[in-house]
Every structure is written in structure tokens, then in C-alpha cells.
Design a protein around this ligand. Structure first.
Ligand code: ADP
Ligand code: MG
Length: 593
């Protein structure tokens, strides 16, 4: 037998293990959810690969998860027939933290520690494989990858800084393919080895796993058995003519153990929307995308006709991404299935434009080939149609949110994802009509609460033809700009564009409901109140003053002119009609867009 080799955990893992073992006590039962979700991921991977390599299935045709309990010894065993792990994968996967869920957890934990600490986080995030140590003091992972002809055993203990790996040599322990996790429960947690307890947890936590989960349960059936008659009874009757002996039957319960299917495997998106509750949609979302907050909105739909697919889309409650993600989003937000088989979460870019990359969801198509690749998607007419429908549905969902009674929800949405829609103004001319009603801005008449363009238009003066805006770097400077004076005097509302991307977005829109957007800082602003007689007089009077100022300023300004747009300030710097606005110039200089 080759000896077991010892490996140290990566520092982060040690820290996490220490935390799990010594400070996280609440919500221990989430360990089962985490381990089942790993088994399910492993089965997903195998099923996907087997589409092109069917021989991968030859060692074990069934894709399922089986959980066995030994309550006398406090042992829980979870076995899957998934992709398994090679020796190297064991080291990479179970000795280091590379994946997002756990990394997210550690970050949140750090943030919340800074803010006072909160042990409940584990329930919200899960810490993946290591959550086994919430309830077990020893964990053995025996695993067989179809890529390797050997089976390996990983073994770790709570409170240890190292784990071991050895080759499985005991024939009784060999599995055809996949992974078997054995948890030796801590003294106080042996209750998890009760079959009914496990059954209840599986029902609770695994409603969205699309592989069958079997639990090992004690069963019984009743049967009638013949018993010999009581000799005393028999005697009474025994008066000669007892040729046929009297027989008696009794009902007994036969006990035996067997696998019992414990979850429902119909994917939620295949169910009829009217049979699914909001809670179920939210649970599915949180489980699938590793989120802990409910989504702001969801949309479940089927499209038929030319192309058939089903989908559930969600708007997340918060945006995890900064500006960088907006420019180059590497999201894994859309999970593509073909005929229920999970294909990839890497094709967001093919199914959604980048400015809608914040939308999360699942898509299941019957019309795509199972071995679909990015190249196929890019070429596919079916995908082009799907993309159009998905975009339309996403807009319907956002519009629905914007019309909801609860104004706060849309404010939350706008806070998180407003910048994405503004990017849409720049990148998706075709959908301007859908994007424009969703935009929100502060204005000279609404400095506290943002308004929509529809609200602006409703509030327009009867003779007003344009939508006025001023772009600035802050609300304060927008409010105090001299350009506003004349418009305020006339009670005309002016939009305050204070986000760097606002001005470009508006310039791309050009108009809304046939009203043009007009920058009030531009030279040719015409408020329709010209008094030519008076202007001529003033020009005469101050012509020389202007010449003098221009001489003093030289090349610093293009020209110095008499203006009719001020009411109390003596002068204002304006941009030329065809040049950049002052705000754009500021932006270009700082390269923020
Ligand atoms: P995550 O599932 O978020 O990646 P985990 O800590 O739960 O993080 O698991 C770490 C990794 O260990 C997984 O990504 C996977 O590669 C591997 N793994 C865990 N459980 C199994 C399993 N049952 N079968 C195959 N690989 C597994
Ligand atoms: Mg996991």
C-alpha cells in the first residue's frame, strides 16, 4: 500500500477552518445543502462532458446522489456518481480556496467583523466543502475521476493544519466513478445521522437539485402469517371430527431498509408559472446564484413559435461590480441549459448585450444542439432570436419594477444599475424607446427625488418645445450655475446630469417623445424671448467693453459676447455651439469615460 501523503492547507483555508470549528455554531445544518450542491455540480459537469464523450458514463450509467446514515456510530455518507477528482484536483480543490462563493463569504465576514461581527453569515453564504467540519470532526473523501484509473482518499480533521491523500486499496471501498464523502460526526452532532432527520433536511434544502437524491430509509410492509393455534384453544374443539386442523392468521410488520427518492427533480422553470410561488422563485435564485438577498424582481416565461425556450430572469438586489465590470463584465449570470442539461454559464455575452449583463437567470432551449459552443452560438439564427426575446423580457421586467407601487424598489434598482441603462443609451440605439422611460434624473424642480422623462414632459410649459439639461460634476454646482438663472425665472424645469456618463447618454438619445434635449450651457440657447431692439442698444453701449475684455484674455476664449441669458450674474463662460460642453471637456481631461 502506498503511504498517505501529508499536505498543509493554504493559509486562507486554515483561517476558514478555524472559524468554522471554533466560532460558527448557528445554522450548522447548512452543511448538507453545501455538500449536496457540490455533488450536484459534479453530476452536472459529468453530464455535460458525456454529451460529447458518452463513454464517460460506462462505469455508472445512473447520475444520482445517495445519502446513507449510521445512527449508532454517528456517520453520514454522501455518494455521487459525478465527475470525481484526480489526485491533483483533490489538492487544488480541497486544500485551497479558489472559488467565488467562499471567497465572497470571507470578504463579507471581514466587512461584518469591521462592523461588529455576525455569525449568521454562514447561513447566507455557505462555505462550501469546509462546512462539513461544522458537524464532523473527521471527513474522508474517496473519489474516482474517469480521467484516472485510481481512486484517491482525502482525509482531514477539524483543528488540523494538514490533510492527507492516499490511494484507495481496499476493494470494498472502490466506487465505479464519482465521490463518496464520509462524515464522522462530532459527539454533539450525531443527531444528523438519524435517517428521518436527513430526510427532512434534504427535502428542505434540495428542492432545486435536478438529480435524484436517495436516502437510506427503514421501511415496513404488513403481511399475514399463519400461526399454529394455541394448544389450549385447540383442545376445547377437539371432539373427534377434527380432520382438518383449524388455522389462524396474524398480521405482522416486516422491516427492511431501502433507498427512497427524497427530492422532486422537475426543474422549476419547467413548471407552470401559476404553480410557482414568489418564495420558490426567490429560493431558486439564492441557491443557484449563491446570493443571500432576495431579487428585486423576477420574470418566468416560455416562448413558442419560431424558437422555443423557457427562462426565468431576475434583477439582483445589489450590484457587486464596480466600474470595471461595466466595461468588461465577466459575469456568470445566465445559466444556459439545452433540453434540461446544464451547458454553461459562460455565454452571457451571446445571450445578452453587455449593458444588461447584470440580469441573472436560467435559459433552457430545446432547439440548440447539446454540444453547443460559443462559435455555434455566435453563428446561430436561433440565438439571435432568443437574444431579442430575452432583451425584451428583461425590459418588461424592469419597466414593471419602475411602475410598481413601491417607489423604493425602483430607486434601489436605479442606484445599482442606472449606469448600465445609460450605457445602453450609448450602445443600443434599437432599444432607445425601451430604455428612455426607465431613466431617472434630478432636476431644478426635484432636487431630492429623481424624476423620469415622462414626468418631465408632463410638467412642461404649454409653449415649451425642448427638454433642458445642464451637465455638471455635482448637484451643488448644477444648482448654482449661472446658466440656470433665466430658466428658473421662466419656471422652466432643467434636468441635472451629475453622473459622468449622463451627458453622453442623453446626447445619444437626442430626443424623447419628439422633444429635443437641449444643453443650457451652449452658446445658442434660445428661450424664444428675443427683443432685438433692446439687444441692439445694449450692443452699442457695451461693444467696446467686449472688445477690451477679448483683448485682455486673448486666446483663452474664442469670443466675448453680450448675452441675454443672465439675470443676476455679471458674466458666464459658455461652450461653443459645436464644441464640447464644459462638462465633457472636464471628463475628457480626466478620462473617466
Ligand atoms: P464550490 O462548490 O463553490 O466550488 P466548494 O468548497 O464547495 O466550493 O468545493 C470546492 C471544489 O471541490 C469544487 O469546486 C469541486 O471542484 C470540488 N468538489 C467538491 N465536492 C465535490 C464532489 N462531490 N465531486 C467532485 N468535485 C467536488
Ligand atoms: Mg460548493
Amino acid at each position: 500500500t502506498p503511504p498517505a501523503e501529508r499536505y498543509e492547507y493554504q493559509a486562507e483555508v486554515s483561517r476558514l477552518m478555524d472559524l468554522i470549528v471554533n466560532s460558527l455554531y448557528s445554522n450548522k445544518e447548512v452543511f448538507l445543502r453545501e455538500l449536496i450542491s457540490n455533488a450536484s455540480d459534479a453530476l452536472d459537469k459529468l453530464r455535460f462532458l458525456s454529451v460529447t464523450e458518452p463513454e464517460l458514463l460506462k462505469d455508472a450509467a445512473d447520475l444520482d446522489i445517495r445519502i446513507q446514515t449510521d445512527k449508532d456510530n454517528g456517520i453520514v455518507t454522501i455518494t455521487d456518481t459525478g465527475i470525481g477528482m484526480t489526485r491533483k484536483e483533490l489538492i487544488d480543490c480541497l486544500g485551497t480556496i479558489a472559488q467565488s462563493g467562499t471567497a465572497k463569504f470571507l470578504k463579507a465576514l471581514k466587512d461584518s467583523k469591521d462592523a461588529g461581527g455576525d455569525n449568521n453569515l454562514i447561513g447566507q453564504f455557505g462555505v462550501g466543502f469546509y462546512s462539513a467540519f461544522l458537524v464532523a470532526d473527521r471527513v474522508v473523501v474517496s473519489t474516482k475521476s474517469p480521467k484516472s484509473d485510481k481512486q484517491f482518499v482525502w482525509e482531514g480533521e477539524a483543528n488540523a493544519s494538514a490533510y492527507t491523500i492516499r490511494e484507495e486499496t481496499n476493494h470494498e471501498n472502490l466506487i465505479p466513478r464519482g465521490t463518496r464523502l464520509t462524515l464522522y460526526l462530532k459527539r454533539d452532532d450525531k443527531g444528523y445521522a438519524h435517517p428521518e432527520r436527513i430526510q427532512k433536511l434534504v427535502k428542505n434544502y434540495s428542492q432545486f437539485v435536478s438529480f435524484p437524491i436517495y436516502t437510506w430509509q427503514e421501511k415496513g410492509y404488513t403481511k399475514e402469517v399463519e400461526v399454529d393455534e394455541d394448544p389450549a384453544e385447540a383442545k376445547k374443539d377437539d371432539q373427534g371430527e377434527t380432520a382438518e386442523k383449524k388455522k389462524k392468521t396474524k398480521t405482522v410488520v416486516e422491516k427492511y431498509w431501502d433507498w427512497e427518492l427524497t427530492n422532486e427533480t422537475q426543474p422549476i422553470w419547467l413548471r407552470s408559472p401559476k404553480d410557482v410561488t414568489t418564495e420558490e422563485y426567490n429560493e431558486f435564485y439564492k441557491k443557484t446564484f449563491n446570493e443571500y438577498l432576495d431579487p428585486l424582481a423576477s420574470s418566468h416565461f416560455t416562448t413558442e413559435g419560431e424558437v422555443e425556450f423557457r427562462s426565468i430572469l431576475y434583477i439582483p438586489a445589489i450590484s457587486p461590480s464596480g466600474k470595471d465590470d461595466l466595461v468588461n463584465p465577466k459575469t456568470k449570470n445566465i445559466r444556459l441549459h439545452v433540453k434540461r442539461v446544464f451547458i454553461s454559464d459562460d455565454f452571457d455575452g451571446e445571450l445578452f448585450p453587455r449593458y444588461l449583463s447584470f440580469v441573472k437567470g436560467v435559459v433552457d432551449s430545446n432547439d440548440l444542439p447539446l454540444n453547443v459552443s460559443r462559435e455555434i452560438l455566435q453563428e446561430s439564427r436561433i440565438v439571435r432570436i432568443m437574444r431579442k426575446r430575452l432583451v425584451r423580457k428583461a425590459f418588461d421586467m424592469i419597466l414593471g419594477l419602475s411602475l410598481s407601487e413601491n417607489r423604493e424598489d425602483y430607486e434601489k434598482f436605479w442606484d445599482n444599475f442606472g449606469k448600465y441603462l445609460k450605457l445602453g443609451c450609448i450602445e443600443d440605439r434599437e432599444n432607445h424607446k425601451r430604455i428612455a422611460p426607465l431613466l431617472r434624473f434630478f432636476s431644478s424642480q426635484s432636487e431630492e427625488e429623481m424624476i423620469s422623462l415622462d414626468e418631465y414632459v408632463e410638467n412642461m410649459k404649454p409653449e415649451q418645445k425642448n427638454i433642458y439639461y445642464i451637465a455638471s460634476d455635482s448637484l451643488t454646482s448644477a444648482k448654482n450655475t449661472p446658466f440656470l438663472e433665466k430658466l428658473l425665472e421662466k419656471d422652466l424645469e432643467v434636468l441635472f446630469l451629475v453622473d459622468p456618463i449622463d451627458e453622453v447618454a442623453i446626447q445619444n438619445l437626442k430626443s424623447f417623445k419628439e422633444k429635443n434635449f437641449v444643453d443650457i450651457s451652449k452658446e445658442d440657447l434660445d428661450l424664444g424671448d428675443k427683443n432685438e431692439e433692446k439687444e441692439r442698444e445694449i450692443k452699442q453701449e457695451f461693444g467696446q467693453t467686449c472688445d477690451w475684455i477679448k483683448k485682455r484674455l486673448g486666446d483663452k476664449v474664442a469670443s466675448v459676447q453680450i448675452s441675454n441669458r443672465l439675470s443676476s450674474s455679471p458674466c458666464v463662460l459658455v461652450s461653443g455651439k459645436f464644441g464640447w460642453s464644459a462638462n465633457m471637456e472636464r471628463l475628457m481631461k480626466s478620462q473617466t469615460i
